[in-house]
Design a protein around this ligand. Structure first.
Ligand code: ADP
Length: 558
């Protein structure tokens, strides 16, 4: 048997524990912290990105409004150029301007001398709704009459600043609905006479709705696309009245929802709002998506951390339980060693001093001394085996063996002791196929089981050992009518140092090693050991060794 120690074993156990702790707790905790930091940074960056996108959007809206204004002013200028001068103003001239510009619904002219001349598009005069619009002429007449000078001055100043029109919104009726119609008012001064007048062009509502807004918006969008920044590339736009969020006109791809940024088109189309948003999503939804993903990650990490903590707790408590069992073990073993030693010493001294009454007594003392030394060596063998297993140095010497003979021989040397203790002993050994086993180890397993039956039986002293072949395996049963084992303890009794918490058990000598050795030995033979027990009625321990063995010289330690 090799004697090579494994100096790194203790160290590796500790390292394993530390590694386990690190993996199970420290890693998820570190990841949790890291993700949280990233999360915060991401949120900051997200806010910046969101602000940048909103800035871009505002810019796009401002530029778009300018384009709308430019286009509208172009149209207005066109009509304005066809306007008669102050000297030749007459309905006929105004009508001419109207017929050559069908997108103008009405035009009007005001100077303090002639008052208001208001003309409507002749081809639409058959429509009652349209005809009724002419009533707005009264409003302009009253307004211009009162504020002609100041209005003229204001408009002239505005024109110098590049805004040649004052736009008024009108909402004439079309059936039970209203249509948006902007009126472009401008100031003029006759170069020759120096006379001032005000002019006005009311754009046709239908033309605005069906042509001007859609076409201009498309142009605006095309320009946006050609100058696209990453943020505005997927943007969509629409125009809606200030007090109603339903679009008058929307760009292709408009998918409803709340706009990201809006702009009051006060200077060119008062009462209308230009709105922009991302297609298919919103900034808030993008943020929400990120938040959800982060919460999921954080949740998963927290779960991992909790699982790690639980796992570590379980492992540490297991280690602590083993440590407790170890200290019990030391006191149990010391006790077990002391008792036979004291007996051996006592009887040896008695014999030595010649204080024995006769040869029979001497014989009895010799027997006691032999039996106690046998017990002692069995215990020491168990401890040695155990320490070899723990150190990973236990090696088995598998040889083809007649198991029936091995069991019989083992029991023969023990039968006397069994019967001496007042037990009835029953042996049912059948022929079984030969197996490759470590003779000494198997004999020790049988002895451990029989010895336990002896130790844990009270009034009903009966032990049976059965050996028989059973579908591909050889079974060895050790049955007693002893105190039995509660079912919740049955899985633990094979653990090292474990002893049932029953006071009856604790008054019985034992180290808690026997069954763990049996299990180790049986597993090394590719088999398994099981127990079937009822408290107060007895136990049956069954070792089952497969005939087609998968020998495993080094199973996990006991
Ligand atoms: P011990 O040295 O304590 O006997 P073992 O590992 O052999 O250690 O057994 C572990 C525990 O299993 C024992 O302490 C005892 O509580 C229980 N046990 C083992 N064999 C029997 C049995 N035949 N009847 C009742 N209890 C048993």
């Amino acid at each position: 048997m090799s004697n090579t120690a494994k100096p790194n074993r203790f160290w590796s156990d500790k390292t394993r524990l530390v590694l386990m702790l690190e993996l199970a707790v420290v890693l998820p905790a570190a990841a949790l912290v890291l993700v949280s930091v990233l999360h915060v940074k991401h949120i900051q960056r997200d806010r910046q990105v969101e602000a940048a996108i909103q800035r871009d959007f505002s810019q796009v809206l401002a530029i778009s409004e300018k384009q709308f204004a430019h286009k509208a002013y172009e149209l207005a200028d066109d009509v304005r150029n066809a306007f008669p001068g102050v000297t030749n103003v007459c309905t006929g001239n105004l009508d001419k301007a109207l017929t050559s510009h069908p997108y103008a619904a009405h035009v009007f002219f005001y100077d303090p001398q002639h008052g208001l001349v208001f003309r409507s598009q002749p081809y639409r005069l058959s429509e009652p709704d349209f005809r009724a619009e002419a009533s707005s002429s009264k409003m302009y007449e009253g307004w211009f009459g009162m504020e002609f000078d100041s209005l003229h001055e204001k408009l002239s100043k505005m024109a110098k600043k590049g805004q040649p029109y004052l736009v008024e919104s009108e909402y004439p009726a079309r059936g039970d609905k209203h249509i948006y119609q902007p009126a472009f008012i401008f100031a003029e001064k006759d170069e020759v006479t120096g006379k001032k007048f005000l002019g006005g062009i009311i754009f046709d509502g239908e033309y605005m709705r069906d042509k001007f807004f859609p076409e201009t918006l498309e142009k605006v969008m095309n320009r946006n696309l050609s100058e696209a920044q990453s943020s505005t590339e997927h943007a969509v736009m629409m125009i809606h009245p200030k007090n109603d969020s339903t679009p008058i006109v929307a760009s292709a791809g408009w998918d409803g929802g709340t706009p990201e940024v809006e702009r009051n088109m006060e200077s060119v189309f008062p009462g209308l709002m230009l709105a922009i948003k991302l297609r298919g999503t919103t900034l808030a939804a993008i943020g929400q998506h990120f938040a959800n993903a982060s919460f999921l990650t954080l949740g998963a990490l927290s779960l991992m951390l909790a699982a790690g903590l639980y796992w570590t707790y379980r492992n540490v408590s297991k280690e602590m339980a083993v440590a407790r069992l170890k200290s019990d073990f030391v006191s149990n073993v010391s006790h077990e060693l002391r008792t036979p030693l004291s007996l051996i010493r006592l009887y040896a001294e008695t014999l030595e001093m010649g204080r024995v009454s006769g040869p029979e007594k001497s014989q009895e003392y010799y027997t006691i001394i032999r039996k106690e030394s046998e017990r002692l060596s069995a215990l020491i063998n168990n401890i040695l085996d155990f320490s070899r297993i723990e150190a990973g140095r236990k090696e088995y010497d598998f040889r083809e063996t007649d198991i029936a003979e091995l069991v019989k021989n083992t029991l023969d040397s023990y039968r006397y002791q069994i019967e001496q203790n007042g037990f009835t002993f029953e042996e049912n050994i059948r022929e079984v196929p030969p197996l490759k086993v470590d003779r000494e180890a198997i004999a020790r397993s049988v002895l451990n089981l029989v010895n336990n039956s002896l130790k844990y039986s009270q009034d009903r002293k009966h032990i049976a050992v059965n050996l028989y072949p059973d579908s591909g395996s050889v079974k060895l049963e050790v049955a007693d009518h002893g105190i039995g084992i509660p079912s919740d303890e049955q899985s633990k009794i094979f653990d090292k140092f474990y002893r049932v918490g029953d006071p009856l058990v604790h008054n019985t000598k034992g180290s808690g090693l026997g069954l763990s050795l049996v299990r180790h030995i049986v597993q090394a033979h590719g088999g398994q050991v099981t127990v079937d027990s009822t408290p107060g009625r007895g136990s049956i321990f069954t070792i089952s060794l497969p005939v087609n063995q998968q020998l495993n010289p080094k199973p996990a330690s006991a």
